[in-house]
Write a protein that binds this ligand. Structure first.
Ligand code: 0GY
Length: 305
């Protein structure tokens, strides 16, 4: 099937820089996607955007280029609850990829078992209104109860301003809960202001809550490297990311977010995203937890560290 990209859509970097920061051996990119290819894995009719293609072969090539060892693929909303492209990638990863899927209430036990077999370890609940239509909370609670016995977790994606309203639902979830992109803080607000404090409290009071320290390019207002050089890339995100990494070093994950859906004014160079890591995880110990120990504990506990 032929698909037309959403107007203004920026494609991912075809030739990212080789990172200068050497990732520790065994590092995991714990947030990335595959898109299609649309001809083989059509995008969902209910999608809110149409991406460019980003195949599993291209993802695995990026993995090797960056020095990443393993990937966690997260179902993107443009594929709805059809996880075929993601499952196909897992099955071709030689055990080096795990997945987080989107399912609906009607999913069967056999389907869940087959997904587990392929490497799925979580479901994603998305509350970002520009990306999805509303799903009733009782349906999500039912799904959470179904996947909990499999040892899976729930990944949640929401805007910072919506955390208070979603609090009761999130804090009742029966599994480990992983937040995408630090709950999307508004980095123009103070680090110790009420909005980010609520997110810190969410993690502090609930030891089952983890956070991905990812997507500086989505959160930054100061932006990518400019005339003052790459050392200053996304500098406004650094204090927020540092605070989460240093306060909760055993519950943080990192990911590229390749192929970076819905960016229209700036596409990050994935090599520079790797070089950004030591700005917010400033010691080798913090880096090892973020990139190796924590994701292995959650996604490959059998691999040990
Ligand atoms: C991300 C971010 C976005 C999109 C999705 O599933 C998705 O479509 O997650 C976004 O637009 O902020 O994590 O990929």
């Amino acid at each position: 099937m032929e698909f037309q990209k959403t107007p203004g859509w920026l494609d991912w970097y075809a030739h990212p820089a080789k990172p200068r920061f050497r990732l520790p051996p065994g590092s995991v990119d714990a947030h990335c996607h595959v898109f299609g290819p649309g001809e083989r894995f059509p995008f969902a009719p209910e999608r809110k955007y149409t991406p460019c293609d980003a195949s599993r072969e291209q993802l695995f090539a990026l993995r090797d280029h960056l020095g990443v060892h393993r990937n966690v693929l997260v179902q993107a909303t443009c594929h709805g609850a059809d996880n075929s492209a993601l499952l196909d990638a897992l099955r071709h990863s030689e055990g080096r990829a795990r997945g987080v899927v989107t399912v609906r209430r009607g999913v069967s036990d056999d389907e869940l078992r087959a997904m587990h077999e392929a490497g799925v370890r979580g479901v994603r609940f998305n509350f970002v209104k520009r990306l999805v239509d509303f799903t009733p909370k009782d349906e999500l609670a039912e799904i959470a109860a179904r996947i909990a016995p499999l040892g899976w977790h729930v990944v949640i994606y929401f805007e910072a301003a919506d955390l208070a309203g979603l609090w009761d639902f999130f804090t009742a979830l029966p599994t480990t809960v992983v937040v995408d992109h630090m709950g999307r803080p508004d980095v123009s607000k103070p680090l110790d202001g009420p909005e980010f404090e609520l997110f810190v409290k969410f993690m502090r009071d609930h030891p089952n809550v983890w956070s991905k320290v990812s997507c500086p390019e989505r959160l930054s207002i100061s932006g990518p490297p400019a005339l003052d050089g790459e050392r200053n890339a996304y500098r406004d995100v650094v204090p927020f990311a540092r605070r989460i990494v240093e306060t909760f070093p055993d519950r943080v994950l990192w990911g590229t977010d390749w192929p970076h859906p819905n960016l229209k004014d700036h596409m990050p160079d994935d090599g520079l995203l790797v070089d950004f890591i030591p700005h917010f995880a400033v010691t080798p110990e913090l880096q090892h937890k973020l990139l190796v120990d924590n994701p292995l504990r959650l996604y490959w506990p059998e691999a040990g560290t």
